[in-house]
Design a protein around this ligand. Structure first.
Ligand SMILES: [Zn+2]
Length: 150
């Protein structure tokens, strides 16, 4: 007989989790205060105890995907809008230098949000169980860091 798999906890709706991520809140409970510094999340949500890294190495590589998608999407929209609005006298030099500046600034501005959005994405594809949440709340940092495949 197979061992019983832990049941996933009922999760918030997809829209709610992503909205919370966009607002830098915990995607799971909506709790605020997720940032330790601008570039770093706290180890766990101050409200529900959910770990911001769920026990995998390189957990936030996914956040980089969100960050790149946002920065490139913004660049595309801005360049196309200006190009269409000013045609046929498109200010190519301004678009070039403005685009380069935007590609430096946008990823920095979006960095914290990309992490909480990635948390929402990850919760969507790897549902949280009661056992895992309890483990997040009670495990110490050393135990958690030493276990990478849960
Ligand atoms: Zn939370």
């Amino acid at each position: 007989m197979l061992p019983r798999r832990p049941e996933p906890l009922p999760r918030p709706s997809i829209g709610r989790m992503f909205l919370r991520g966009l607002l830098l809140s915990c995607p799971w409970c909506g709790g605020r205060g997720m940032l330790a510094t601008y570039f770093k999340l706290k180890p766990r949500c101050p409200t529900c105890g959910l770990r911001t890294e769920r026990g995998e190495e390189d957990f936030f590589l996914g956040a980089m995907v969100w960050n790149i998608a946002f920065a490139e999407g913004l660049l595309t929209v801005v360049l196309l809008s200006i190009g269409i609005a000013t045609a046929p006298d498109v200010p190519w030099d301004a678009l070039l230098y403005g685009g380069v500046a935007m590609m430096i600034v946008a990823p920095i501005l979006f960095y914290p949000v990309s992490k909480t959005l990635w948390m929402a994405t990850e919760l969507l594809f790897r549902p949280l169980t009661r056992e895992e949440l309890e483990w997040h709340r009670t495990s110490d940092e050393k135990t958690f860091r030493g276990h990478h495949d849960r």
